[in-house]
Structures are given as structure tokens and as C-alpha cells.
Write a protein that binds this ligand. Structure first.
Ligand code: PLP
Length: 485
């Protein structure tokens, strides 16, 4: 593709993307395809000869697009709703063009240094201490894996050479890791992958507001110590996946300091809320943490993917991961940082560019306003639930997620009866399916205290009060229909 052809196609794509972003609600939020539909329309082999870009684009629209679930849709309320904002998309465009591979400072001085600067900006916006150094990975799962690897490096002498087997000659699960019963499954995966064994993970019960019970954590640590095990790390969550509850950070930090246990904070979704007036103290307890993960690709309008790990001990992370084969040894002047030293992967994308563009485009004020607006919309939706006798809220709303369920036939909220609960679960599941079937909105679900809960998450930049009101209207409409059936 010569320069002129590239210019033409890039302009055409820019037009296509601008039109798409102007109104993604032209499409149903959820793709209306069956498994195999996309695959069956594509040939088994790559083309023998190159094809014109026209043909490729037309197949993109005809075959690929119908199989897209539109995360950009303002009616996307599932999981954690996210946004590929325009400045972030432009950053991705440039990043692809520059094709930086920032394993070493010298293979991309700009990617290396912009990452440092941008993460310092974000750290200050979130009111985190300057003792935290940041590094970008793709996802929170990978950030947390690295944090727990650093915790293991610090706690298990010789683990790098002899592995966990050398440290536990009797073969028993000697090290223990703690999270609440609400922690994300990425913690389980990290514990499994790091060789502790899944049984080493203690799920501490949460309270009626879905926050880890600090007293139960204290007891579990004491019991493990009494049994000869070694508590290695605690993962506290700021914004749990189901209800966005916030674990009592200060209390947990105190326990970890006293017990000399690594404290990792999973603030993947809600950490950014610390920049919003009224939430300034959200991460106060994290001052004493050893590491913290936050995902700008979740609630900071940065196109997927970009996760940030802040760590108070980059030297430990480096000693866990640094390994320099001869062909990568450099004689660069001292003081440079080589990003390959802080992670399992060697090659790294230039992700900082899009975050830098997002932070500059919106500015601190712009970001704060938008996050605050999402929280206002969530409170508004929660107030409609609270005012209706046909619905009940199932969790507090600290940020921009509301968990609730329908209560057909005016069921008494407190009547505990297994049969009634099973019926309610099935009714709510059907209601959710019906509402999602409209193509106008997409909500997801969770289970709280054994109950099926519908979950509405606000996080898309283009979601307005009208979209939230439409979701409420659809719920009411399909509730009435289901009752009438
Ligand atoms: N931590 C929390 C609290 C989450 O809610 C999620 C995903 O929703 C993750 C971690 C994992 O995020 P990622 O997809 O970036 O690995």
C-alpha cells in the first residue's frame, strides 16, 4: 500500500469511525449472531493473492460488524461499562503507526519516559503517594499477577532459583494469600499460576455491605500462623466486581503492617474515583499498601487495554523479573529504565501514548466531571428502584453500579423461603433476557447472598440520563409483560 493509497484508506476509515462513534446506537448492543455464524462466512485459507482494500472493508461491514458487541453503545450497562474515547482512539492509531517495541529504553526512549510521566500524573490525580512507581500492563489480571510475584519474591527466600518446592521441602501449602469472598477471580488465577496452589487462597467473609471483615482476616492470619503456615499477601479491593464495595483499607493496612504481609489493593475499577470531590479519601489507606492496580481502560475513557500497577518496591519487582540475555545488554548511561525488567513479557506496546492523550484532552476537571456524572446517574437509577414496590435494591451504590431485582406480586422483601427465592431468580433471569433482547440496552447479572441480581453499570462517556431512563422504562415494561404472562 503506497502512501497515496494509505492516505485514501485512512481518510475513509476516519470517516467510518467518526460516523460510528457519533451514533453506535444504530446497532443492537448485543451481537445478534449464533455461534459459528462469523466463522462459516470466512474461507478456510488465507487468500493466495493480495486483495483490494475495498473488498476487505466491504467484508468487514458485511461479515465482521454483525458479530460485534457494541461496548461503545450508550445503552451498554453490563459488567463495567467502558469507553474508547476519541483522543484514546487517535492515540492507538499513532501507536500502531509508530510500532514501538519498548523493551529497552533505547528501543523507545519516548515510550519509556512518557509512561513514567503519564503514570506520575495519574498517581497525583488519584492522590497516591510519590513512593509509588508505576508500570503499564495490559490488564488488571496481569498487574495483580506481577504484584503477587513481587510479594512472593520478597517473602520466599531463594524462590527464583529453587522455586516454591525448595522453600517447602515437605510439599505442604506453606504460604497463604487472603482476599474477601468478593475478590475478583484474577486473584485466584494469580495464586494458582504462582505455584501456591488454589487452596492457599483464603476467602475472608464480607459483611452485609460486601466489605471484607477485618476481624475475620485477623483471625484467619492467626490460625494460619498457629498451624505453621506463612501469610504472604492480602488483596483488598476498592470497587469489587459485583457491587463495587470498598474493603476497610486502613484497618487491613494496619494488620498487614503489623504482620509484615504484602498488601495489594485491587482498585481496577474504582481507584479513579479518588479524583472526584467527595471521594478524596478513598485511597487514604493505600498509602501503606505495597502495590495497587488501577485500570484506565475501565473507568477512565482509555481504549482497551491499559492497566497500571503502582508499586512501592520496584526493586523487588525487578529482582523477580529482570533477566538480561547478552543480545539485550546495553551500555546506556545509568539511570535509564528498561521496561522489560519489570515484567514477564519482553516486548511492550506504546500504551502510554493513548493515556497521555486522554489525560490531556479531558484535563483533570473534565475527568472529574464525567466520573461524578456517572455516579449521579447511578444514584438516580437507584432512587427509582427504591421508590418502586416492584423492585428491590440488593447493595449500596458507592460509585456507578446498581444491583437490584424485581419483586413480582409485591413479594415481601424479608420473607425467606427457598421456593420463593428460586422463583424470584428465574423471574429476574427472564426479565434480564427480555430487556437485553430489545437490543437497546445490555445489563448483566451477579449473585448476592445466593440471589440472582440484575446489575446496571454506568461508565460510557455517551450515556446520558435519557439512556438510563430508557433502561428503567424497558425494565418496567417487561416487568408488566412478564406479570401478565
Ligand atoms: N479486578 C476487578 C475488581 C475487576 O472487576 C476486574 C474485571 O472486571 C479485574 C480485576 C480484572 O480486570 P482485567 O480484565 O483488566 O484483567
Amino acid at each position: 500500500m503506497d502512501a497515496e493509497a494509505f492516505r485514501r484508506e485512512a481518510h475513509r476509515l476516519a470517516d467510518w469511525i467518526a460516523d460510528y462513534l457519533a451514533d453506535p446506537s444504530r446497532y443492537p448492543v448485543l451481537a445478534r449472531v449464533n455461534p459459528g455464524d462469523i466463522r462459516s462466512q470466512l474461507p478456510d485459507d488465507a487468500p493466495a493473492r493480495g486483495e483490494p482494500f475495498d473488498a476487505i472493508l466491504s467484508d468487514f461491514e458485511r461479515v465482521i460488524l454483525p458479530g460485534v458487541t457494541h461496548w461503545n453503545h450508550p445503552g451498554f450497562f453490563a459488567y463495567f461499562a467502558i469507553t474508547a474515547s476519541a483522543p484514546g482512539i487517535l492515540g492507538e492509531f499513532l501507536s500502531a503507526a509508530l510500532n514501538q517495541q519498548a523493551m529497552l529504553w533505547r528501543t523507545s526512549p519516548a515510550a519509556t519516559e512518557l509512561e513514567e510521566v503519564t503514570l506520575a500524573w495519574l498517581r497525583r490525580l488519584m492522590r497516591l503517594p510519590d513512593t509509588f512507581d508505576g508500570v503499564i500492563y495490559d490488564t488488571a489480571s496481569i498487574s495483580t499477577l506481577h504484584a503477587l510475584a513481587a510479594a512472593r519474591e520478597r517473602a520466599v527466600p531463594g524462590v527464583r532459583f529453587g522455586g516454591l518446592a525448595a522453600a517447602s521441602p515437605d510439599g505442604g501449602p506453606r504460604y497463604t494469600i487472603y482476599g474477601s469472598d468478593q475478590t475478583h477471580s484474577s486473584i485466584d488465577k494469580a495464586v494458582i499460576l504462582l505455584g501456591f496452589g488454589h487452596e492457599a487462597l483464603r476467602k475472608i467473609p464480607s459483611d452485609e455491605r460486601f466489605r471484607m471483615r477485618a476481624g475475620a482476616l485477623r483471625d484467619a492470619i492467626a490460625a494460619d500462623r498457629a498451624a505453621g503456615r506463612i501469610p504472604l499477601a492480602v488483596v483488598a479491593t476498592v470497587g469489587t466486581t459485583s457491587t463495587t464495595s470498598v474493603d476497610p483499607l486502613e484497618e487491613i493496612a494496619e494488620i498487614c503492617a503489623r504482620e509484615q504481609i504484602w498488601l495489594h489493593v485491587d482498585a481496577a475499577y474504582a481507584g479513579v474515583a479518588a479524583m472526584v470531590p467527595g471521594h478524596e479519601r478513598l485511597l487514604d489507606g493505600a498509602v501503606h499498601a505495597d502495590s495497587l492496580v488501577v485500570n484506565p481502560h475501565k473507568w477512565l475513557f482509555t481504549p482497551f487495554d491499559l492497566s497500571v500497577l503502582y508499586c512501592g518496591h520496584m526493586d523487588v519487582l525487578r529482582s523477580a523479573f529482570s533477566l538480561v540475555p547478552e543480545y539485550l545488554a546495553t551500555s546506556a548511561a545509568g539511570g535509564v529504565r528498561n521496561l522489560m525488567d519489570t515484567g514477564i513479557q519482553l516486548g511492550r506496546r506504546f500504551r502510554a501514548l493513548k493515556l497521555w492523550m486522554v489525560l490531556r484532552h479531558f484535563g483533570a476537571e473534565g475527568l472529574r466531571e464525567r466520573l461524578a456524572e456517572h455516579m449521579r446517574l447511578a444514584r438516580l437509577f437507584a432512587s427509582w428502584i427504591d421508590a418502586s414496590s416492584d423492585f428491590e435494591r440488593l447493595a449500596p451504590v458507592p460509585f456507578s453500579v446498581v444491583c437490584f431485582r424485581a419483586l413480582p406480586h409485591g413479594s415481601e422483601p424479608n420473607a425467606a423461603d427457598a421456593e420463593r427465592e428460586t422463583g424470584l431468580d428465574a423471574f429476574n433471569e427472564r426479565l434480564l433476557e427480555a430487556v437485553n433482547g430489545t437490543g437497546e440496552v445490555f445489563l448483566s447479572h451477579t449473585r448476592l447472598n445466593g440471589r440472582f441480581a440484575i446489575r446496571l453499570a454506568i461508565g460510557n462517556l455517551h450515556t446520558t440520563e435519557a439512556h438510563v431512563a430508557r433502561a428503567w422504562h424497558l425494565l418496567l415494561e417487561h416487568f408488566s409483560r412478564a406479570i401478565a404472562d
